[in-house]
Write a protein that binds this ligand. Structure first.
Ligand SMILES: Nc1ncnc2c1ncn2[C@@H]1O[C@H](COP(=O)(O)OP(=O)(O)OP(=O)(O)O)[C@@H](O)[C@H]1O
Ligand code: SF4
Ligand SMILES: [Mg+2]
Length: 329
């Protein structure tokens, strides 16, 4: 089943799964932790797919499998027509430069002992570019992310969080990737800085044609820059579709609850906004509820929800897919 129409997908993810070994409990080992379970979606060239869900729902595990930083225990990831889950590390090497990842904490991913010039040029040196060419590229990259060439001789601790994330973005884009997985790239930043980084990523997408899988906790962060959004709950996608459709008419009760937390720009609508507060925390993937795993927290749950897991099926325009026995129409 595909999740998009239009040009050939850049990335095709099918039935992706990651089961971590469960910790031992005394002498016995319980069943594994299904962090990601049967996840399928496409990403088109140059688009942004927002991937959203509460803490622990499997977003980072999915993101890491997309760029093969983690080997899935099930399923397949086709990138530019290659199933990267089955390639040897050697065969994977030429593709690595075409898929990059950015993390939440910019400082943790920048070597504190290296000046920025060295950090940004590392992927170019790995590609075997000549010194003069690397120098030109690095100066262009630092300006592309809104910093100045004099910043190249400074060290990471001399930058603010927002500037450090710009450096992380410059490094990720150095090899002109077709795909960047951005794992909560703005969650650690002040709200005003978040908007600047999101704006920068959008501009770079327009200029370079890069596709993003943009991971965030809440739907507010991905609203502006996503073309499509996927909502995850306990390792599964429960709703995926075109951004405008999902935000205007959320079909899954979980999406509806997440969306009710997003402030509205129109003051009258904002005053009338009704918050849906979900009961309790998400259950552990080590011991998921039966049937629809959302049923213990779902305001619409019925008897069937406790026993029958709902399948992700097309429900609504724009190839919208929803996993719910009683989706909103
Ligand atoms: N290496 C690991 N071993 C065992 N369990 C793991 C491992 N990595 C992640 N998990 C578990 O897998 C589940 C999904 O984790 P993941 O980090 O992908 O979630 P997330 O959606 O990115 O959460 P957050 O929003 O907090 O970053 C969690 O229950 C987590 O505890
Ligand atoms: S299947 Fe049932 S419990 Fe699950 S989201 Fe739909 S209504 Fe709620
Ligand atoms: Mg995470």
């Amino acid at each position: 089943m595909t999740t998009s129409t239009g040009p050939e997908p850049l990335l095709t993810v099918r039935d992706l799964g990651m089961t971590f070994p469960a910790p031992r409990q005394g002498m016995r080992r319980t069943a594994g932790i299904k962090a990601v379970d049967g996840v399928s979606f496409d990403v088109r060239p140059g688009e942004t797919l927002g991937l959203v869900g509460e803490s622990g729902c499997g977003k980072s595990t999915t993101g890491r499998m997309l760029v093969r930083l983690l080997d899935p225990t099930a399923g397949q990831v086709d990138f530019q027509g290659n199933d990267i889950t089955r390639l040897s590390q050697r065969a994977l090497r030429p593709l690595r430069s075409k898929m990059q990842i950015i993390f939440q904490d910019p400082f943790a991913s920048l070597n504190p002992r290296q000046p920025v010039r060295q950090i940004i040029s590392a992927p170019l040196r790995a590609q075997g570019l000549a010194a003069g060419e690397i120098g030109r590229e690095v100066r262009e990259l630092i300006q592309l992310v809104g910093l100045a060439p004099e910043h190249l001789d400074r060290y990471p601790h001399q930058f603010s969080g927002g500037q450090a994330q710009r450096i992380g973005i410059a490094r990720a884009l150095a090899t002109r990737p077709a795909l960047v997985v951005a794992d909560e790239p703005v969650s650690a930043l002040d709200v005003s800085i978040q908007a600047q980084i999101v704006g920068l990523m959008e501009r770079l997408q327009r200029e370079l044609g890069v596709a993003y899988v943009f991971i965030a906790h809440d739907l507010a962060v991905v609203k502006h820059l996503s073309h499509r959004v996927a909502v995850m709950y306990l390792g599964r996608i429960v709703e995926i579709g075109e951004k405008a459709e999902v935000y205007a008419n959320p079909a899954h009760p979980y999406t509806k609850a997440l969306l009710s937390a997003v402030p509205l720009p129109d003051p009258a609508a904002e005053r009338a906004r009704e918050r849906i507060v979900l009961l309790g925390d998400p259950p552990s993937p080590a011991n998921p509820p039966s049937g629809c795993t959302f049923h213990p927290r779902c305001p619409k749950a019925q008897e069937i929800c406790r026993s029958e897991p709902p399948l992700l099926t097309i429900a609504g325009p724009g190839q919208r897919q929803v996993a719910c026995h009683f989706p909103e129409s």
